[in-house]
Design a protein around this ligand. Structure first.
Ligand code: NAD
Length: 282
């Protein structure tokens, strides 16, 4: 690793990709006189059909010229960078995973929507390289994981647990990775296996609620950046813990923080709770 962390971004022209360029640029330039910049954007890619290919990543993100041309070759981004940040699609992440292992490039993965067997592939790659894989990079959501887990453990069996999430009309996976992550954190805290107790959809004559189930409800519309609620419903009262993201910059800042952290780690699969010190079972 060089003194300045050389950051590469895959999926740079996307909603999150542009935010990541801005967040990296902000970290790179917010230094006092005489200080060395902690990071620099050195490489960026998007898919071949993207109309921003060949343009400067800084200009696409609206932060001015950075002399980083957007290319189609993810492998070159891996080779030229100390750390690569990826917010794309599961198929894209999986397509370059072996190459990241071969070039020993640490990864920060924000992509959501992986199937369980695909997450196993991430876990296996993480035996060779450090990977931060988080469904949500915001401080508030990761604190919510911890608080909601503690609340679930205190309330016990008398309260039913439901998770409600809302996102913008363009989101392609449901429920959100954050909602699933929240469900997993809660389930772990109360000795349930989410795969056994999750109810992802209800329609028609569903019968009464299974007492130990954890239900999910999904809302899609407009430009909602990301809302998540953990609802604990008892007899005569209910408790709701809600997080609302109002800007994608909160995710981008968290991902850049993770990128500056991950290069110094041993191989392993980490998430944002490791970086923030919020892990419940730490
Ligand atoms: P988006 O569709 O705006 O961006 C995805 C980008 O990936 C696009 O620019 C697309 O062209 C690019 N891409 C597609 N194929 C590619 C390839 N082969 N090589 C390189 N780039 C390729 O989506 P988005 O809203 O930015 O979200 C991206 C992902 O990040 C989603 O899975 C979303 O759920 C997730 N996300 C995670 C967090 C978090 O905190 N973990 C926050 C927001 C979004």
């Amino acid at each position: 690793m060089s003194e300045i962390t050389k950051i590469g971004i895959i999926g740079v022209a996307g909603r999150m990709g542009r935010m990541l360029v801005e967040a990296t640029h902000t970290r790179a330039t917010a230094v006092a006189d005489g200080e060395t910049a902690p990071c620099a954007l050195v490489a960026a890619s998007d898919h071949a059909g993207c109309e921003e290919i060949g343009r400067d990543a800084g200009e696409v993100a609206g932060v001015g010229t950075l002399d980083v041309s957007i290319r189609t070759d993810n492998q070159t981004v891996l080779k030229e960078s100390d750390v690569v940040i990826d917010f794309t699609l599961p198929a894209v992440t999986l397509s370059y995973l072996d190459k990241a292992v071969a070039s020993k490039t640490p990864l920060v993965i924000g992509t959501t929507g992986f199937k369980p067997e695909e997450i196993e592939r991430l876990r296996s790659a993480a035996q060779e390289i450090p990977i931060v894989f988080a469904p949500n990079f915001s401080v508030g959501v990761n604190l919510m994981f911890k608080v909601a887990s503690e609340v679930a453990a205190i309330l016990g069996e008398a309260f039913d647990i439901e998770i409600i999430e809302a996102h913008h009309r363009h989101k392609v996976d449901a429920p959100s990775g954050t909602a699933i992550g929240l469900g997993q954190a809660i389930a772990e805290a109360i000795d349930r296996n989410l795969d056994d107790v999750a109810v992802y959809a209800r329609e028609g004559h569903t019968g009464p609620r299974e007492s130990r189930s954890i239900g999910f409800a999904t809302v899609r519309g407009g430009d909602i950046v990301g809302d998540h609620t953990a609802l604990f419903a008892g007899d005569g009262e209910r408790l709701e813990i809600t997080h609302k993201a109002s800007s994608r910059m909160t995710f981008a800042n968290g991902a850049v923080r993770a990128a500056l952290w991950v290069g110094a780690q041993s191989p392993g699969l980490y998430d944002m709770r490791d970086i923030l010190g919020f892990r419940t079972n730490a």
